[in-house]
Design a protein around this ligand. Structure first.
Ligand SMILES: [Zn+2]
Length: 296
């Protein structure tokens, strides 16, 4: 009887502290590859992380497979971007007590005051502020702080190790941020047009001026009248560069380039969406070098 009770108590303890995988690691599921990279930066060797979406797919319209759903339900921690970045997340119907960490809490958010029409539930229209906040390297600080808190709650004994990994990561990030800022310093205030408002945080951090987004409402394609106004405005304002995403409609990008005379540069919005951007540092390294090449 005592042995059964002891077993019951130890199982209850596992349920409270969160499941640990066979390899003794904390099972973490993230909604994006960028959050996976940041969890790995803090969790080092203590976490096993899986991202629900692949960086080469549109994160706003993910189809979650049954195996992923099972992993999600047994995860010790689920880290998501939040706001309306993952319109599919609520349809997962996770139990009320699921260990979800919303990484947008504590991040510095932009465009939260922009009134947005919520066209439909599936849409990703930045209704609560721009969701692409991981593209400001400074936001890695509050996001990794939330992750560190979440991991430490699961494994208090690893607190010092998580803190040390995060400090080392942020130290390297600060060093590189100085170099990225220096590389883009000659182009401060340069006017650019984006297709989707993916680059709001990036532009704000590195001093580019986004004069317009081709999608007046994020996620909603522009009308031909809106396109005509946009390209006229670009010619008048002397906008030389269009920033596209890998998911941008090639026909739309081509049309704007042809009618405005501006050069297109495709930037990489997520870790792993390009082989050369295989971690959080190389993501910025690649984007800064592509921009410099386009602006030079
Ligand atoms: Zn967006």
């Amino acid at each position: 009887m005592q042995a059964v009770l002891a077993l019951f108590l130890s199982l209850a303890l596992i349920a409270v502290t969160g499941p640990v995988s066979a390899a003794g690691k904390l099972d973490v599921v993230t909604t994006t590859a960028d959050l996976k990279a940041l969890v790995l930066a803090v969790g080092a060797g203590r976490v096993a992380v899986e991202s629900l979406t692949s960086p080469s797919q549109d994160p706003h319209s993910a189809e979650i497979k049954p195996a992923q759903l099972a992993r999600l339900r047994s995860a010790a921690l689920i880290v998501r971007i939040g706001l309306d970045h993952e319109p599919w997340f609520r349809r997962l119907n996770l139990p009320a007590g699921a260990p979800v960490l919303d990484a947008s809490r504590g991040a510095r958010l932009l465009q939260t005051e922009t009134p947005r029409l919520r066209v439909e539930r599936r849409s990703h229209v930045h209704a609560f502020g721009n969701t692409h906040y991981w593209l400001d390297p400074e936001n890695a600080r509050p996001v990794t702080a939330s992750i560190m808190e979440g991991l430490t709650r699961l494994s208090p004994a690893d607190q010092a190790s998580f803190a040390a990994s995060r400090t080392e990561f942020l130290g390297k990030l600060d060093q590189r941020l100085t170099a990225w800022k220096a590389a883009l310093a000659p182009y401060q205030g340069t006017k650019v047009v984006v297709i989707h408002d993916t680059w709001t945080y990036f532009a704000d951090r590195f001093g580019l001026s986004i004069v317009a987004a081709a999608e007046p409402n994020p996620g909603v394609p522009p009308s031909s009248a809106e396109l005509a106004t946009l390209t006229r405005h670009m010619r008048e304002a002397g906008v030389r560069v269009i920033i596209a995403d890998p998911h941008s409609s090639p026909a739309l990008v081509k049309h704007i380039a042809a009618h405005s005379g501006a050069t297109v540069v495709t930037l990489v919005p997520s870790v792993g969406a390009d082989p050369a951007a295989d971690n959080y540092f190389s993501l910025f390294e690649l984007n800064v070098s592509r921009l410099v090449a386009a602006l030079r």
